[in-house]
Design a protein around this ligand. Structure first.
Ligand code: TXA
Ligand code: MG
Length: 313
């Protein structure tokens, strides 16, 4: 199969919608990262997504909707907090977990009694969903464990020859995944992401807990966002300099949000991180050294991804 990269014209979106109706997954841009889509009601396509990504079957998928009406079809016992948050953040990079209805297969929810729902704000993603006339499950369009894709070429690296189409809507606006919130009596944050926890707390007027329980956040236990190169995080410039002195001959890349003396650094932020981690592999770096300043350290989503990318698990 030849993988075509298409721009989001009406004609191309129609082609992609037809492919989805023929049970053939396609990749598309969202405002967070690129997703690999299939209709929420098409088990065969969803199975293909798990195989294509080599994704563990116990890791559930996020369902992407284009209209709030779908929430009533897919979920039950919808609490007031859902509506408060949807009013403020839909469409946008917030995923909310609700009890699921029967119509949602256990394949999507990985046998959990819940469903994760988000309404992307990317115009082309919304157009695609509305052409299919069904919500789309879409995990990030990368091989499991690799850095998430923030450009069409990243998806091409991982899935060339494996899917018919990639919808190229340019680099993703946020470049980091959606924030995931579990809506029980007390809201629980399952994944730091594009929307800060503080903003959610302001809307709900109550504290949001951070999950330590991997049974409700199954995806969090896997190694993530990691290139082949070894990734090391530094919170202190001196430690970074020491490391450079100790191992001068290694082919490496340095990521930092501030310039560091005369070192050749790459600009680090949530939008550039995944792109740079992939670049490290393309250029055969053995090592990626990341220096996080005090202000970077306040960005919990950025720090979470760097910690995962550098974890040895
Ligand atoms: O920004 C995003 O959310 C992107 C774009 C494409 O929308 N999607 C994305 O999907 O990041 P994925 O599959 O790479 O990550 C989804 C995360 C996983 O960690 C999974 O465990 C969690 O969402 N998840 C999905 N359904 C869940 C559920 N019912 N309960 C708890 N966690 C769930
Ligand atoms: Mg992912």
């Amino acid at each position: 199969m030849k993988t075509k990269i298409l721009r989001p014209t009406e004609e191309n979106l129609e082609k992609m919608a037809q492919s989805l109706k023929r049970e053939s997954p396609v990749a598309f841009a969202t405002e967070t990262v690129y997703g690999l889509g299939a209709s929420v009601f098409c088990k065969k396509s969803i199975q293909k997504i798990f195989s294509l990504k080599n994704r563990p079957r116990d890791n559930p998928l996020i369902v992407h909707i284009d209209s709030i009406n779908w929430v009533y079809e897919l979920a039950k016992e919808i609490p007031d907090d859902f509506f408060l948050l949807a009013e403020k953040f839909f469409p946008g990079p917030l995923t909310l977990i609700l009890p699921k209805k029967e119509v949602v297969s256990d394949l999507v929810s990985a046998n959990h009694p819940t469903i994760a729902i988000r309404m992307p704000s990317s115009h082309s993603a919304l157009r695609l969903i509305s052409k299919v006339k069904e919500p789309l499950v879409a995990p990030s369009a990368n091989l499991s464990g690799k850095p998430s894709p923030t450009k069409a070429e990243h998806v091409f690296e991982d899935f060339n020859g494996k899917i018919p189409f990639i919808l190229d809507d340019g680099p993703c606006h946020y470049g980091i995944e959606s924030t995931i919130l579990y809506l029980s009596k007390e809201p629980i944050l399952l994944r730091f992401g594009a929307i800060p926890k503080k903003e959610i707390e302001m809307v709900l007027q109550k504290p949001v807990l951070v999950s330590k329980d991997l049974t409700i956040a199954p995806g969090m236990k896997y190694r993530h966002y990691a290139p082949k190169a070894r990734v090391t995080l530094f919170l202190d410039r001196q430690d970074l300099m020491q490391n450079l002195q100790n191992t001068p001959h290694i082919k490496r890349m340095i990521l930092s949000s501030d310039p560091i003396g005369s070192l050749d650094t790459n600009e680090l932020n949530t939008k550039t991180l995944y792109d740079l981690l992939r670049k490290a592999d393309r250029t055969n770096c053995e090592e990626v050294l990341i220096y996080c300043s005090l202000s970077d350290q306040k960005d919990l989503a950025l720090m979470n991804r760097i910690e995962k990318a550098s974890s040895k698990l």
